[in-house]
Design a protein around this ligand. Structure first.
Ligand code: HDE
Length: 727
């Protein structure tokens, strides 16, 4: 047997600092580098004999496989990540000494992980839930992790309630039901006893909890942080992420159906956008509050159930985040990334928000078990790009080979290296806040207005958004079996808005209680008067237009998916014009047809089918256009799946287009229920023309322009008013 030369890649002595492996042009080896000659058969006592214990190759492979899973995150288990960079617009030295916020020419690498909170790793992306929005900035001064959410407030005010909140929302312990859903008794039981959660409840019942895309949601640092400048002067700061594609959501019926059709909908959307070069972008915003203004608001800056209305303190946009690279390996990057609220850089510091203070403990603690020991900072995705030197040593899975005799400080044997860094030379120091206090377990009275901001949020929503909140509450409480729990929630809703409570109660077929009884309410101070805190809203706050998604950026259809519904015999010219117009506007047109393979046009051309009516659904698209062509449309008219497709898109208030004979498909569907008789001619009329664009095949480019404008609106909510399309 002649011996073939081994490839140069395998001959290379492993470079311990190299952690990526392409899998291309390499030879198969064991974990110890032994070339493997047969990976198809285990070692046996004869061809039909038992497997031998000696087979160390088989044992190594199976043993590793047996240990492939690590514990999933106790919250935020389901996530999707991406790499990118951050650039500041102008130096922020006036407020902070953070080095990555000074030079507009510098690009700071980032890794971002988005997540849902309650569901397990394999749960659906479209659960009604808060989304995690965690950003790791790899700065020259070490890693800064901004571990935020897509909602600016939280359910609870004190970290000591977090395990209770999570136990309540997770599947119930006796039967592990329901998965990734808050619509069950234990969650609402807890909420009904925690009026401080009411503001957050308004957010999670709103459209913010069912985003169209991770790329189309805001992000928030939630807590009040501190900036500290070179002179040691501090101010308070709230962090924001503003998506350049605007904020958009799906409708709840759509969310439910997406969960079945494509549970990876958000993950796929993020992945495909980045692969196609439609890089998601957010502007980084700050709301800055002077130290002296700490008490000027009628809520407490340290209370994480409150936000600062943008109309009171504008959001200053100071930089931009761009995500431009998908991970190479989900486990190595997205799963092993370890965020920590305590990872700050000089110039950024914490406030005394009691929720934030508790988080400062939790994140390192959780990684110790999840990532198997104290050296998780050495996993490539977690490593800082800033040099790392300290006297921490050893532990499970230590990668770094520390040379030298000393691992203590002070030392004289290594010249006292590594040495401390003076504050003036960039060393981190905590803000020297003056504290003179009693050691007590208590909550400040300034934390006890639980309803005013909840009402502000509800009253800031557009009518369709308010309707969605009512429906969401009817859905969630409709799944709650315990009457007393429903009643307690209705009572709290009535403190926010009587009409809101009544509408929800009507949907449930119950009435709103005037008072509630039950276990002591933990949110009321022990020596407080319950009436003062429970019976009324403390004050009327002006609506904040910035809180409504109706006021978001519209018109950009970049990366929007458009179904081109067609079959054999389609009108080639009309199809080509529409497809080209959509693509030039940045959208992603896809041919959806009754069968796979290719479609034959009315002329001699063929086009490949992207997806069939069996393998896709309207809920996976932003809009649908029925392409012209007599034969093609006849086939679609005879196909219930095609009719359902347009009806469902219409029901979900999406743009619907029809070229030429394509209008006949709409006429066959429930979109054209009303018969009208004009001048003796009987004709079917569309139930609503809002967002429906119909035109002749010869005028395809004009139709395309109007259709694109309709898609740019995202949704045509007016249609919900007379919602009778059953889809
Ligand atoms: Fe977290 N949170 N959290 N959290 N959180 C975790 O850390 C915790 C809170 C947030 O993509 C865990 O590494 C406590 C608020 C995000 O890897 C854990 C409290 C906000 C992520 C943990 C909070 C967040 C986490 C689970 C109350 C918005 C996902 C795995 C005191 C500002 C990060 C892990 C990722 C993850 C604890 C409240 C955001 C257990 C104790 C408020 C985005 O450490």
């Amino acid at each position: 047997m002649s011996k073939a030369p081994r490839s140069s890649t395998t001959k290379k002595i492993a470079d311990l600092s190299l952690n990526t492996e392409s899998g291309l042009d390499t030879e198969l080896t064991t974990n110890h580098g032994l070339p493997i000659n047969d990976d198809q058969n285990s070692l046996k006592a004869g061809e039909r004999g038992g497997t031998l214990m000696e087979d160390f190759i088989l044992r190594e492979k199976i043993t590793h496989f047996d240990h492939e899973r690590i514990p999933e995150r106790v919250v935020h288990a389901r996530g999707s990540g991406a790499h990118g960079f951050f650039q500041v617009y102008e130096p922020m030295a006036r407020y902070t000494r953070a080095e990555f916020l000074q030079d507009p020419g510098a690009k700071t690498p980032v890794f971002v992980r988005f997540s849902t909170v309650a569901g397990s790793r394999g749960s659906s992306d479209l659960a009604r839930d808060v989304r995690g929005f965690a950003v790791k900035f790899y700065t020259q001064e070490g890693n800064f992790d901004l571990v935020g959410n897509n909602m600016p407030v939280f359910f609870i005010q004190d970290a000591i309630k977090f395990p209770d909140l999570i136990h309540a929302v997770k599947p119930e312990p006796h039967n592990e039901i329901p998965q990734a859903a808050s619509a069950h008794d234990t969650f609402w039981d807890f909420i009904s006893l925690m009026p401080e959660s009411m503001h957050m409840i308004m957010w999670v019942m709103s459209d913010r909890a069912i985003p169209r895309s991770l790329r189309m949601m805001e992000g928030f640092g939630v807590h009040t942080f501190r900036f500290i400048n070179e002179k040691g002067k501090s101010c308070f700061v709230k962090f924001h992420w503003k998506p350049l594609l605007g904020m958009h959501s799906v409708v709840w019926d759509e969310a439910l159906k997406i969960s079945g059709n494509d549970p990876d909908f958000h993950r796929r959307d993020l992945w495909e956008a980045i692969e196609s070069g439609a890089f998601p972008e957010w502007e980084f915003g700050v709301q800055i509050v002077d130290e002296k203004d700490e008490h000027k608001f009628d809520f407490d800056l340290l209370d994480p159930t409150k936000l600062i209305p943008e109309e009171l303190v504008p959001v200053k946009r100071i930089g931009k985040l761009t995500l431009n690279r998908n991970p190479d390996n989900f486990f190595a990057e997205t799963e092993q990334v370890a965020f920590h609220v305590g990872h700050v850089v000089p110039g950024i510091d914490f406030s005394n928000d009691p929720l934030m203070q508790g988080r400062l403990f939790s994140y390192t603690d959780t990684q110790l078990i999840r990532l198997g020991g104290p050296n998780f900072h050495e996993i490539p995705i977690n490593r800082p790009i800033a040099p790392l030197h300290n006297n921490q040593r050893d532990g499970f899975m230590r990668q770094m080979i520390n040379s030298g005799r000393t691992s203590y400080s002070p030392n004289s044997l290594s010249g006292n290296s590594p040495s401390q860094v003076a504050a003036l030379d960039g060393g981190f120091f905590s803000y020297a806040e003056r504290i003179d206090a009693h050691k007590i377990r208590a909550r400040s009275l300034s934390f006890f207005d639980h309803y005013s901001q909840a009402a502000m949020f509800f009253h800031s929503q557009s009518v369709p958004e308010q309707n969605h909140i009512v429906r969401a509450l009817r859905f969630e409480l409709g799944k709650v079996e315990t009457t007393a729990v429903r009643e307690r929630v209705l009572y709290h809703l009535a403190q926010i808005d009587k009409d809101l409570a009544k509408r929800v109660a009507d949907g449930l077929g119950v009435s709103v209680p005037a008072k509630i009884e039950g276990p002591p309410n933990m949110s009321i101070p022990a020596d407080g008067d319950p009436k003062q805190f429970q019976s009324k809203r403390v004050k009327e706050m002006k609506p904040s237009p910035a809180l409504s998604m109706a006021n978001t950026i519209k018109g950009d259809i970049t990366s929007r998916k458009v179904a081109m519904l067609m079959s054999d015999g389609f009108d080639e010219a009309a199809f080509a014009t529409m497809k080209k117009a959509l693509a030039s506007a940045g959208a992603v047109p896809k041919v959806v047809a009754p069968h796979g393979g290719t479609l034959k046009g009315a002329g001699s051309n063929e086009v490949p089918v992207d997806v069939t009516l069996l393998t896709t659904a309207s809920v996976l698209f932003d809009a649908v256009c029925v392409v012209a062509g007599a034969k093609s449309v006849k086939t679609l008219q005879a196909d219930p799946a095609a009719i359902h497709f347009v009806e469902e898109a219409f029901k979900h208030c999406k743009a619907v287009g029809a070229l030429g004979e394509g209008a006949d498909l709409l006429a066959t569907s429930q979109l054209a229920k009303n018969e009208t008789i004009e001048a003796g001619i009987r004709s079917k009329k569309l139930v609503s023309e809002v967002g429906v664009v119909i035109g002749g095949a010869a005028t395809a480019s004009k139709v395309a322009a109007a259709f694109i404008e309709a898609i740019g609106e995202h949704r045509h909510w007016e249609r919900e008013a007379d919602d009778f399309v059953a889809a």
